[in-house]
Design a protein around this ligand. Structure first.
Ligand code: ATP
Ligand code: MG
Length: 199
């Protein structure tokens, strides 16, 4: 476990109930549940030096409980004392784009750099809803996200990702190298089922 001072794990209120025990395998995907629970049970073998450094990419259509399962995993990591973070991709993109408006040397800019450092270095990161973000005109934000994932992957820090975007489409939405990198740093799970929101 790294000696990075943990920030409080902030989970959106809508997912305050989301744990493994509240995920109903009959309503959802029992295989995805099992894979996520297995990751949580074997967590020390996925985070940091001498581990596989792998997280889980939960891909699938809306309402299948992908965010629910990612929240359950990151909660377990927090409970075990790992430094953790949950961030929706659209929030990350907004942060990354707004940083250009921050005054050089200002407290707000320093806070962004502290937060960015935490995203790069925390033990377990959930990047929720990847692919929903719009492509930035310069491609700069995509490069920043690519860089963050690459850094985390290189230093064997686990990143969980949820997405509606099939992994094959990451090549087009982001870039082919990023799509390839995902196979190395994530176990890719095709979540099956029907939209729980429309039950
Ligand atoms: N199998 C399940 N058991 C209990 N609750 C579930 C299950 N599947 C989904 N839910 C609930 O349904 C709601 C929608 O699930 P969630 O937001 O995790 O879906 P998602 O796959 O992330 O969707 P999207 O792709 O739109 O982000 C949440 O409140 C979640 O807790
Ligand atoms: Mg989701």
């Amino acid at each position: 476990m790294k000696k990075l001072k943990a920030r409080p794990l902030v989970i959106p209120d809508r997912y305050r109930h989301a744990t493994f025990s509240t995920y109903d395998p009959k309503r959802g995907d029992p295989v995805a549940l099992e894979v996520c629970m297995d990751w949580a049970d074997t967590m020390p073998s996925h985070i940091g030096r001498d581990t596989d450094g792998r997280g889980i990419l939960l891909q699938g259509s809306p309402g299948l409980g992908k965010t629910h399962l990612a929240v359950a995993m990151v909660r377990e990591a927090e409970a075990k004392g790992y430094s953790t973070c949950f961030i929706p991709m659209y929030s990350l993109v907004m942060w990354a784009m707004n940083r250009f408006r921050l005054e050089d040397g200002s407290e707000a800019q320093k806070e962004w750099f502290r937060f960015q450092h935490y995203l790069y270095e925390c033990d377990v990161l959930v990047l929720d809803d990847a692919g929903r973000d719009r492509k930035s005109p310069s491609g700069y934000v995509d490069d920043e996200i690519d860089g963050m994932l690459r850094h985390r992957g290189n230093w064997l820090m686990a990143t969980h990702i949820t997405s509606n975007l099939p992994v094959e489409e990451w090549s087009v939405r982001y870039n082919p190298a990023m799509a390839s990198h995902l196979h190395e740093v994530c176990q890719i799970i095709d979540v099956q089922g029907t939209d729980d929101r429309t039950r």
